[in-house]
Design a binder for this molecule. Structure first.
Ligand code: ITT
Length: 199
């Protein structure tokens, strides 16, 4: 447990993202530890790769070389087993082009609907480059349900539940989600190993 005065001393870390939902989800966890992520006003470098870790690492290195301040990059994707992991690292493009409806169409008549969300966080400062991962298994719904969250949330049902992420509160999604898991790993490491450097 953190002491009150520790909570009040806020540490700021840059987040290389334009996705405001991510900022909200990440802060909902890190703020409890006295750490706030603030979107950086910089273009995120997105290399083309099948590997989320590689994509996030390259983006973090590129942003760090111009900003020279402690930062994180978070990259996530939805991997559908029947589609051999598609859209995976291409989730952003696929969401913008065919969206949730398009995914449901691709899975029309298909019973095997297991999928997982994966999140990769890269933290970088002058001494450390660290990678944290989170994964949540589930399945693709038969229709679009709920208005919360973002992206593919309305079609993803986490294992053991019958609601989509979009039918959950931000707190409930965070308790189960790929991002929530990766953020918890990151913040616990940060508090243990790096917090002292920010005093
Ligand atoms: P930044 O790269 O600027 O951080 P982005 O929205 O492009 O934002 P990602 O590349 O990490 O983020 O995510 C790719 C897509 O995957 C994203 O656009 C969503 O459609 C989907 N996605 C990621 N995380 C998700 C989540 O928690 N719930 C639903 N969809 C998600």
């Amino acid at each position: 447990m953190l002491k009150r005065e520790e909570k009040e001393h806020k540490i700021t870390i840059l987040l290389i993202s334009t996705n405001k939902h991510k900022v909200e989800e990440i802060n909902n966890i890190t703020a409890r530890y006295g750490v706030i992520v603030v979107p950086a006003n910089i273009r995120k470098m997105e290399i083309q790769s099948d590997n989320l870790v590689e994509i996030a690492l390259m983006a973090a290195r590129s942003a760090y070389s111009s900003l020279r301040k402690p930062l994180i990059v978070e990259d996530a994707g939805l991997f559908i087993k029947e589609l051999n992991g598609f859209p995976g690292p291409y989730s952003s493009y696929v969401y913008r082009t065919i969206g949730c409806k398009g995914i449901l169409k691709l899975l029309e008549g298909i019973k095997r609907r297991d999928a997982y969300f994966k999140s990769v966080i890269v933290y970088k400062d002058e001494s450390y480059e660290m990678v944290f991962e989170g994964l949540t298994e589930g399945e693709i719904a038969y229709d679009i349900r709920g208005s919360g969250g973002f992206g593919f949330d309305p079609i993803f049902i986490p294992k053991g539940y019958n609601k989509t992420f979009a039918e959950m509160s931000l707190e409930e999604k965070n308790r189960l989600s790929h991002r929530g898991k990766a953020v918890k790993k990151f913040i616990e490491w940060f508090i243990e190993n790096r917090k002292h450097a920010f005093k």
